[in-house]
Design a protein around this ligand. Structure first.
Ligand SMILES: [Zn+2]
Length: 118
């Protein structure tokens, strides 16, 4: 640092830049945490990661949580994008309609795995 005094304009500029960076950093942290929560992850854990990593966590959340979110939806609603209507099948044991994604019949407990019957 030179001993020359900074002008007040320079000081204001530095303050503006620092607050802008801090705001951007906080935005990254909260955006990351919100995205984590939307994907069923720990909000506070990812808020901490976001505060530590800032823009890096922001990029991470864009990459990680989109794919995790899709995987979640697929696990919950089945393959093929039928998010609202689960695919139904007839139980081989009792004849009731049960979602195919269930491992076993919710009425009689028979196994629903295709082709395999006990
Ligand atoms: Zn059944």
């Amino acid at each position: 640092m030179s001993s020359a005094a900074m002008s007040s304009n320079d000081t204001m500029m530095v303050i503006a830049l620092v607050s802008f960076a801090v705001l951007g950093w906080l935005f990254c942290a909260f955006y990351t945490a919100g995205r984590a929560r939307a994907n069923g992850r720990n909000y506070h854990l990812w808020l901490t990661i976001g505060l530590l990593l800032g823009p890096i966590a922001f990029v991470l959340s864009l990459v990680l949580f989109r794919s995790i979110g899709e995987r979640h939806r697929r696990q919950r609603y089945g393959e093929g994008g039928k998010y609202d209507v689960p695919e139904m099948m007839t139980c081989p044991g009792c004849g009731e309609s049960v979602p195919r994604s269930y491992g076993s019949c919710q009425f009689c407990g028979a196994s629903l795995s295709r082709g395999k019957r006990k």
